[in-house]
Design a protein. Sequence first.
Length: 355
Amino acid sequence: MKESILVINPGSTSTKITIFDGDTEVWKTIIRHNRDELQEFSRIIDQLDYRFGRISDSIPEELSNNWIAVVGRGGLMQPCEGGTYYINNIMLRDVAESNWGEHASNLGCMLADRFAAMAGVQAFIVDPVTTDEFEDVSRISGVPGIERKSRAHALNIKATARKAAGELEISFELSRFVVAHMGGGISIAALKDGRISDVNDAILGMGPFSPERAGALPLAGVIDLVESEGKQRAIEIFSHESGFAGYFNTSSLEDIETMIAEGDKQAELIWEAMIYQVAKEIGAMAASLNGIIDGIILTGGLVNSKKFMKRLVEKVSFLGQIFVYPGEEEMKALAEGALRVFRGEESAKHYGESK
């Protein structure tokens, strides 16, 4: 295989591993991690040796050590432009020290660096969660000292925008899209000339509520909850126990739609409210681009629901052409980032030198 690339994407209770030969996926697996095993580690970064061993054991011998590159998922690191980045010591230090937050994706660059060193090849990340390409006006919150943050599903947002630009036969670098990534968290982004010029904070406190997260909230209610529950408990509620999970103790859209089919009017109302809020945010991002857009892109796990999609498309189709890409192709997007570098289509960036 002339363009063999190992791709590593660590999640909270699993690690996805894929090997590509150019654009073709030749092998993949998902390693499941028992929660009880993971609780033995006091910090996520302490799982490095454990996950490295599990990955090493899973890769077939005939597919090991013949890669041209290793690519890891980019985690929580300093805000930076989108693109493909060399993994360097500054990046490894930032994630090891959790300088910008702690998340399983932080292990992506560390695992990629270790496997790349073993194979004697270069290691990369692509479009990390903290990709920040905001325009100055996008950062203003309305409260001095509080700034809007860019934290979103940047990898899949950019990958689907590239795909739609290809279908339209236009340059990604000149494209203008509104992209709604809808899964456990929801990111709705405005892409201007291929850059994420604005997006809701998909982790905490902006945009529509999602199956698990709160989204934007009335401030009085936020103040009351923090006062009664404390800061850390409030964060847990807003980021993991809100949305469908808060109302119905399940984050599954399939469960909610089953409840609706059985006549549950409350489930139908909350389902409709989420679609309503998603549509509002799509409209807001279209307005941020002055209504001059090449299309609306709908992607993520929720897009697999025909009922959900039919209702959402009804509400936003007036804005222009709709592109629908169910699920996500993060593994392929990571491999493609490295391939663009090797094919001379993009120059890899040096982390810590640009923003």
